[in-house]
Write a protein that binds this ligand. Structure first.
Ligand SMILES: Nc1ncnc2c1ncn2[C@@H]1O[C@H](COP(=O)(O)OP(=O)(O)OP(=O)(O)O)[C@@H](O)[C@H]1O
Ligand SMILES: [Mg+2]
Length: 270
């Protein structure tokens, strides 16, 4: 399905991603882990064509992704929708309009400028919000929602594109543990129910182990681990993070199951 071969990104003489190769043969949920600066975001951005690759190739269903231009490139970008740590919503726009932005590729600029969306799209947007449990917020401004709700709006916007792949760059890094669970559960469900591939950069081991079928570990631009959560032992994790013998799993844990402290009010689920 997805073949990534010797994908490389150089900034000056430094390789942010260094000859990364892996293949995905069927839709699955993949977690990418690694220390800060390991190249996780750069890898996702190259897949989505947000950042040009320096070398290597990406093939999806037999097509050369890096060679796509113009409309074909935009089509690819809607087929592999991105979700970001900071949600990237339009804060003053209402939720449903933010979700409809996910169809931007398909409509003329004039239409979208005036918020003239086909009724069928509006119904679909509401259905998707319903599925994610946030339909009652459809008319609110995005900025009025909690972080976890905003991230679900961003997921809804991605789903509006009916993507084959969802690329999520640290989707829960700005969320408290309870919202992190809600958002990861939503991504997992989308993978299982719709058969979409999910590739998520995750900054914590426990989340990768708990949600992903496969984990890819990056260190200094290279893929140094590619296996199942079972194979991701503490020793392997220590290598990925380049940590010493004092490496502790807690250092890379979200404590997603048991929040240790009460959460600040601003982060609590509404
Ligand atoms: N636009 C850029 N110009 C120069 N160097 C860059 C640029 N973007 C990323 N880098 C460098 O490439 C390397 C990989 O960065 P990247 O953001 O992909 O890492 P990451 O694994 O996502 O880290 P984090 O966990 O902090 O998000 C880093 O050394 C970073 O400084
Ligand atoms: Mg990053």
């Amino acid at each position: 399905m997805l073949h990534i071969n010797a994908l490389t990104k150089r900034f000056g003489d430094k390789a942010a991603v260094d000859a990364a190769s892996f293949q995905v043969d069927k839709p699955m949920m993949i977690g990418i882990i690694g220390a800060s600066g390991a190249g996780k975001s750069t890898l996702l951005r190259m897949l989505n064509r947000l950042t040009p690759a320096s070398e290597g190739s990406v093939e999806f269903e037999g097509r050369d992704v890096l060679g796509l231009k113009g409309r074909d490139k935009r089509n690819w970008q809607s087929q592999c929708a991105m979700i970001f740590q900071q949600f990237n919503l339009v804060p003053r726009m209402d939720v449903v309009a933010n979700v409809l932005h996910g169809t931007l590729n398909r409509h003329s600029t004039v239409r979208t400028l005036f918020n003239l969306y086909p009724e069928a799209d509006i119904h679909r947007a509401i259905d998707i919000l319903e599925r994610l449990g946030i339909a009652e917020n459809a008319a609110k401004r995005a900025e009025a929602l909690s972080g976890g709700q905003q991230q679900r709006v961003a997921i809804a916007r991605a789903l509006m594109q009916d993507p084959k792949i969802i690329l999520a760059d640290e989707p829960i890094a700005s969320l408290d543990p309870m919202n992190a669970v809600i958002v990861m559960d939503a991504l997992r469900r989308i993978h299982e129910e719709d058969g979409r591939m999910v590739i998520a950069n995750l900054h914590t081991l426990d989340t990768a182990r708990r949600y992903c079928d496969r984990v890819i570990g990056m260190r200094q631009g290279r893929i140094v681990f590619d296996g199942t959560p079972d194979q991701l032992t503490t020793g392997v994790a220590r290598d990925i993070y380049g940590a010493g013998a004092d490496f502790s799993e807690e250092a890379t844990s979200t404590a997603i199951e048991q929040p240790q402290k009460p959460l600040p009010e601003s982060l609590q689920l509404a």
